[in-house]
Design a protein around this ligand. Structure first.
Ligand code: 13P
Length: 245
């Protein structure tokens, strides 16, 4: 049985003081959850978030694939691991669209994280144009195939995939539970083709894109959706609690 995981992706929101305030209000209440829950905070708040989060997983929003070097502004996996960070989002569509993230760099980052025993949260998803032109399956399968290149069967089981249709991010347009389920099933099928049914049945697939307290239940009740990656609705303590409770 796969355990669901909900991650709030704060993107470029919340100062250090706001992060502490949020965690003081939320973390204690998150004991005995039936699922795993976490917050992906900006880099500068990772260390402080680790101090205040006892129940929530503190997630990083990105990493570099090289161990160290002349990469101004970048953060290595060792730096994250030293802070006891275990989960890292990679390949978010905002990074693909605005910061030159490619399927190749996503693959390099995934392999680096797995080599260090960490959990990559690999994002995939199609644009509105691709969705309207019935290219969703082709685009998402290609993203998954490239992201998993060279990843062993054992490692693949530990990865989390987040399906986030770009047209549903921050737009208030959620993919219907039916659409989200259909694409998550396509992704699971693709994993079965790349590996086997055991990996496909083990790997967790989140849905992301305008997830709110009032639609999360239906989304998570779909057979192939094992959690959510949530932007806007994860920023307020009460709505975050509405998502995980
Ligand atoms: P919203 O929940 O604000 O649509 O953002 C989704 C997202 O990009 C999470 O990574």
């Amino acid at each position: 049985m796969r355990k669901s995981i909900i991650i709030g992706n704060w993107k470029m929101h919340k100062t250090t003081s706001e992060t502490i305030e949020f965690l003081k209000q939320v973390d204690d209440v998150c004991t005995n959850l039936e699922l795993e829950a976490g917050v992906a905070v900006p880099y500068v708040n990772l260390a402080v978030a680790k101090q205040y989060a006892k129940n929530l997983i503190v997630v990083a929003q990105n990493c570099h694939y090289e161990d160290f070097g002349a990469f101004t502004g970048e953060i290595s996996v060792d730096m994250l691991q030293d802070l006891k960070i275990t989960h890292v989002i990679i390949g978010h569509s905002e990074r693909r669209e605005m910061f030159n993230e490619t399927n190749e760099t996503v693959n390099l980052k995934a392999k680096k994280l797995l080599a260090k025993g960490m959990v990559p949260v690999i994002c995939c998803g199609e644009t509105l144009y691709q969705y309207e032109n019935n290219e969703t399956q082709k685009v998402v399968e290609n993203q998954i195939e490239k992201a998993f290149q060279g990843i062993t069967l054992e490692d693949a089981k530990t990865v989390i995939i987040a399906y986030e249709p770009i047209w549903a991010i921050g737009t208030g347009k959620t993919a219907t539970a039916e659409i989200a389920q259909k694409v998550c099933a396509i992704i699971r099928n693709k994993i079965a083709n790349l590996y086997d049914n055991v990996v496909a049945n083990t790997i967790r697939i989140q849905y992301g894109g305008s997830v709110k307290p009032d639609n999360i239940k239906e989304l998570l009740s779909q057979p192939d959706i094992d959690g959510a990656l949530v932007g806007g609705a994860s920023l307020e303590p009460q709505t975050f609690l509405g998502l995980v409770k």
